[in-house]
Design a protein around this ligand. Structure first.
Ligand code: NAD
Ligand code: UDP
Ligand code: UDP
Length: 338
C-alpha cells in the first residue's frame, strides 16, 4: 500500500498541541526506537535538553534502563517496553529509528531491521512524521572502494554470517526510500561508522568495548586475525550532533556519519594501552568470517550539505569512556537489561 493516509485503524490523525520548547521554536514530540541503548540514550539526552518531548520504545534486548534512569520523573520523557517488530500507535512529529540488535553476537536473533523498520515507516506515513533511519557502514560490506563514498553500492556476501545485519540494513534503506518515493514520507538516512563512548554495551563483542574492558580487568586485549584490518572510530557526541543535523536539515541522504581517522586494530590496542594502563598486553585470536579488511568514511557530503564533521579524535575520546566502564565493571554490572 503506497497511499498516504489510508482510512481505518491506522488512518492519518492529528494530535493535540504541546508545551513550548523555548523562545522561537515549537517543542516537538519525538520517538527514539532503541533509545535505551548506547547511541539512543545519548541522543535522548540531547533532545530532552533542548526542550523536546521524547518517547523511547525499547525491548531492552541490549539496552538498559540505567542508561535513561536520570530522566525518569521528567514529564517530557516516556519509556515504553515494546518490540518494534509489532505495530504500535503513537502521535509524533519525528521518528529516530535506532532499534536493532547491533553487534555480531546479537544481531542474528531477530527480524528487527525489516519488520521494525516497516512498522516505523507505517507510523511515519500515518501521522506525517519525519523518519530517520540509522543505517550502517556495513552496507558497504568488505569494500572494494576506499575510502567509502555514499555512491558506492557495496560488496556484501548475501548468505554469510554477517548478512542478516548488512542485508537487513540494506533492506531497511530500500524500504525507507520506497516509503519516501511511494508514500511521500519525509525520510533521512544516516550510514554510521564505528562509534564508541560511555554506555556502550560491555558484553557485545565490539572492539573498543572489548579492549577497554579487558585492560580494566587486567586481561590481555584480544586482537582478531593479524590485527592489520582497519576501522575509523567516532566519538558518540559527534554522531549525535550529526544525527540531529541530518534530521533537521533538508537532505534525505544517505550520509556517512563517521570520523575519517583510520586505525589498525594493533594501533587501537596501543592507544588503549597508552590511555588506561601501560602494562596492558595483547593476545591474537582467529578472526570471524567475512570481516571487512578496511573501513574509512569519505565524509565530504556531510561536511558540505550538513556542515558537520567530527571534533573529537580517538585519543581525546577514549579517556571519556574509561570512568563509565570502570564503574560498571566494579559494580559487577555487565550490561544486561532489567
Ligand atoms: P545498542 O545495542 O546499544 O542499541 C540498540 C537498542 O535497540 C537497544 O537499546 C536494544 O534494546 C534496542 N532494540 C533492539 N531490538 C529491538 C526491538 N526489536 N524492539 C525495540 N528495541 C529494540 O546499539 P547502538 O550502538 O546504540 O546502535 C544504535 C543504532 O545505530 C543501531 O541501529 C545500529 O545498527 C546503528 N549503528 C551503530 C554503530 C555503532 O558503532 N554503535 C555503527 C553503525 C550503525
Ligand atoms: N503501523 C504501525 N503504526 C502505525 C501505522 C502503521 O505500527 O501507526 C504498521 C502497520 O501495522 C504495518 C506497517 O506499519 O504493519 C506498514 O504500514 P502501512 O500502512 O504502510 O502498510 P499496510 O498496513 O497498508 O500494509
Ligand atoms: N576485533 C578484535 N578484537 C575484538 C573484537 C573485534 O580484533 O575483541 C576486530 C574485528 O575482527 C574487526 C574489528 O575489530 O576487524 C572491528 O570489530 P567490531 O565488531 O567492533 O566492528 P565491525 O566489525 O562491525 O566494524
Amino acid at each position: 500500500d503506497s497511499s498516504s493516509g489510508s482510512s481505518g485503524f491506522f488512518s492519518k490523525r492529528t494530535f493535540p498541541g504541546r508545551v513550548p520548547a523555548g523562545i522561537g521554536r515549537k517543542s516537538l514530540r519525538i520517538v527514539v526506537t532503541g533509545g535505551a541503548g548506547f547511541v539512543g540514550s545519548h541522543l535522548v539526552d540531547k533532545l530532552i535538553s533542548r526542550g523536546d518531548e521524547v518517547i523511547v520504545i525499547d525491548n531492552f534486548f541490549t539496552g538498559r534502563k540505567e542508561n535513561l534512569v536520570h530522566l525518569f520523573g521528567n514529564p517530557r520523557f516516556e519509556l515504553i517496553r515494546h518490540d518494534v517488530v509489532e505495530p504500535i500507535l503513537l502521535e509524533v512529529d519525528q521518528i529516530y529509528h535506532l532499534a536493532c540488535p547491533a553487534s555480531p553476537v546479537h544481531y542474528k536473533y531477530n527480524p528487527t531491521n525489516v519488520m521494525g523498520t516497516l512498522n516505523m515507516l507505517g507510523l511515519a506515513k500515518r501521522v506525517g512524521a519525519r523518519f530517520l533511519l540509522t543505517s550502517t557502514s556495513e552496507v558497504y560490506g568488505d569494500p572494494l572502494e576506499h575510502p567509502q563514498k555514499e555512491t558506492y553500492w557495496g560488496n556484501v556476501n548475501p548468505i554469510g554470517e554477517r548478512s542478516c545485519y548488512d542485508e537487513g540494513k540494506r533492506t531497511a534503506e530500500t524500504l525507507t526510500m520506497d516509503y519516501h518515493r511511494g508514500a511521500d514520507v519525509e525520510v533521512r538516512i544516516a550510514r554510521i561508522f564505528n562509534t564508541y563512548g560511555p554506555r556502550m554495551c560491555l558484553d557485545d563483542g565490539r572492539v573498543v568495548s572489548n579492549f577497554v574492558a579487558q585492560v580494566i580487568r587486567k586481561q590481555p586485549m584480544t586482537v582478531y586475525g593479524d590485527g592489520k584490518q582497519t576501522r575509523s572510530f567516532q566519538y558518540v557526541s559527534d554522531l549525535v550532533d550529526g544525527l540531529v543535523a541530518l534530521m533537521e536539515g533538508e537532505h534525505v541522504g544517505p550520509f556517512n556519519l563517521g570520523n575519517p581517522g583510520e586505525f589498525t586494530m594493533l594501533e587501537l590496542a596501543e592507544v588503549v594501552k597508552e590511555t588506561i594502563d601501560s602494562s596492558a598486553t595483547i593476545e591474537f585470536k582467529p578472526n570471524t568470517a567475512d570481516d571487512p579488511h578496511k573501513r574509512k568514511p569519505d565524509i565530504s557530503k556531510a561536511k558540505e550539505l550538513l556542515n558537520r564533521e567530527p571534533r573529537i579524535s580517538l585519543r581525546e575520546g577514549l579517556p571519556l569512556m574509561v570512568n563509565d566502564f570502570r564503574n560498571r565493571i566494579l559494580n559487577g554490572d555487565e550490561g544486561k537489561g532489567l
